[in-house]
Design a binder for this molecule. Structure first.
Ligand code: NAD
Length: 501
């Protein structure tokens, strides 16, 4: 862990091993903070806040610039990407892209330091006096990270907080802590003052309790599952908790992708496969429900299967690998369980609630993978890239459409028209992203207006930029990350009204 700018691994504390999901090999171990250590990290950030909050935003941006420059050095970028692949499983190319994404976030927010320095436009004056609005950083902000994109999501939470003069305590997932710890080290090597960024691996429940009830923690930003997000929200806003704080929740998604009848089918199918199987299907903005116009459904299916057959599953460190294992045993077992339930649903069961025979077809995959395409044995948490087609009249209650499937499973459903597609897309508790694929501007406009989500794409999916707000509606979360507007989430507003005497 990193507290007050120093690596510390107290021998009295419990350790957690980090294993490569592709091989089971030990990659490293982390020390798990207990309650006292978490409190120490918060105190360290509180102390650092006094001076960090008074620094010039340009000086903060200068340090961030040095971090970005370090991450762009070939040796460091490669070292981080290899570490990320080893601890999380994703192909090296995707890991390199994630590290590049971190530098893009840093460069974008560093460029906004002038926004923080510019005089506030909201200044009122008349003969009686004047009024203005001033902004100041909140204090200690806490971040709870997931394991799927640990480096990128670290940057979304840490960079705007630091730039606005806050200090941060980060709790990484025990499934992806090593890259985050190495990133913290690079921040300190680049001149970040001690305590501005503390990183403490710990168990989730303990961290949630400590962050929710600590009077020093002014804001918590969380990314993870809906269930955990709700637990955290209950703790933060419980009547028994005397402490008020801000909360941002980035929870799951089950994005719809609507493919209209007028598109280039091969292109749309290729893009769908790329988006769905990226990161082994473990991304919140992956297109998890694909609604395809009936007129092109058979052709779309054919093109998807052709594309999926090209996926090379294997160890992410090997150059030919285009999809790695799922991140850990838990996720792997969840996937096996989901596939079991799908089989039951579409092959054997029939009731009013559950679809039953004829409700769908597993077009490819559906099993754990024990060998790669060349026959080489695979001994990790591998799963076949899977495609399931669901019959439209039977599909509404399917587990595939109701639950967020965090793994390499693509679901195709034929739809009559755009209205049918939009209705099905919105028939979910999730509201993160959705896309519509069409050459027809009117269709695109209708979908953009009617899809009930935080982000909607036209003719692309999962394009996420640091300059654009990111987050969901409905049960997918509260608040947004990224974009200039997020700076306000890390600033307190003070209104000053002064009367002439
Ligand atoms: P999770 O919600 O259990 O864990 C996410 C983070 O929250 C981890 O750092 C974890 O240690 C921490 N945590 C766990 N319990 C906590 C608590 N009571 N209070 C505060 N923090 C706590 O998610 P998971 O088990 O890693 O993954 C489960 C599912 O979550 C996935 O299958 C997927 O559906 C979803 N998920 C979504 C995203 C996303 O980007 N929105 C990312 C990862 C996982």
């Amino acid at each position: 862990m990193f507290i007050s700018g120093k690596k510390c691994e107290p021998s009295s504390l419990q350790k957690a091993n980090v294993k490569n999901p592709a091989t089971g090999e030990l990659v490293g171990a982390v020390t798990l903070a207990d309650e006292k250590t978490l409190q120490d990290a918060i105190s360290s950030s509180k102390t650092a806040f006094d001076s960090w909050s008074k620094t010039d935003p340009k000086d903060r941006a200068f340090i961030l610039g040095k971090v970005s420059a370090a991450l762009k050095e070939e040796s460091i970028a490669n070292e981080l990407a290899v570490l990320l692949t080893k601890e999380q499983g994703k192909p090296l190319k995707e890991a390199r892209r994630e590290i590049e994404g971190v530098t893009e976030v840093i460069d974008y927010f560093a460029s906004l330091s002038s926004v923080l320095l510019s005089p506030d436009a909201k200044f009122y004056q008349n003969s009686n006096g004047y009024a203005f609005v001033s902004k100041k950083p909140l204090g200690v902000c806490a971040a709870i990270l997931p394991w799927n994109l640990p480096a990128l999501i670290f940057s979304w939470k840490v960079i705007p907080a630091i730039l606005t003069g806050n200090t941060v305590v980060v709790k990484p997932s025990t499934d992806g802590p090593l890259t985050v710890l190495r990133l913290a080290e690079i921040f300190y090597e680049s001149g970040l003052p001690a305590g501005v960024l503390n990183v403490v691996p710990a168990t989730g429940e303990l961290t949630g309790n400590v962050f929710a009830t600590s009077p020093a923690v002014q804001k918590i930003s969380f990314t993870g599952s809906i269930e955990t997000g709700k637990l955290l929200r209950e703790k933060v806003f419980s009547a028994a908790n005397p402490v008020q704080k801000r909360l941002t929740l980035e929870l799951g998604g089950s994005d719809a992708m609507i493919v209209c009848g007028d598109v280039d089918v091969r292109w749309a199918a290729t893009e769908a496969v790329r988006a769905r199987f990226f990161n082994c299907g473990q991304a919140c903005v992956s297109p998890k429900r694909i609604f395809v116009f009936e007129s092109i459904f058979e052709e779309f299916k054919k093109q998807v299967l052709a594309e999926v057959s090209k996926i090379h599953v294997g160890n992410g460190l090997e150059s030919e690998t285009t999809m790695g294992p799922v991140c850990d045993k838990n996720q792997w077992e969840r996937l096996i369980d989901v596939m079991g339930r799908i089989r039951l649903e579409i092959l054997e069961t029939e009731s009013d609630e559950i679809p039953g025979p004829g409700a769908g077809e597993i077009l490819t995959g559906g099993n754990v993978l024990k060998a790669d395409r060349s026959g080489k044995p695979l001994n990790g948490y591998f799963f076949e890239p899977t495609v399931v087609a669901l019959a439209p009249d039977r599909s509404k209650t399917s587990v595939l459409l109701r639950e967020e499937i965090f793994g390499p499973v693509m679901v195709l459903v034929p739809v009559k028209d755009l209205n049918d597609a939009i209705e099905r897309s919105n028939d979910t508790i999730y509201g993160l992203g959705a896309s519509v694929w069409t050459n027809n501007l009117k269709q695109a406009k209708t979908a953009v207006e009617q899809l009930d989500v935080g982000i909607v794409w036209v003719n692309q999916h999962a394009r996420v930029l640091p300059s654009l707000p990111f987050g969901g509606v409905k049960e997918s979360g509260i608040g947004r990350e990224n974009g200039e507007q997020v700076l306000n989430d890390y600033l307190e507003t003070k209104t000053v009204v002064l009367k002439n005497v």
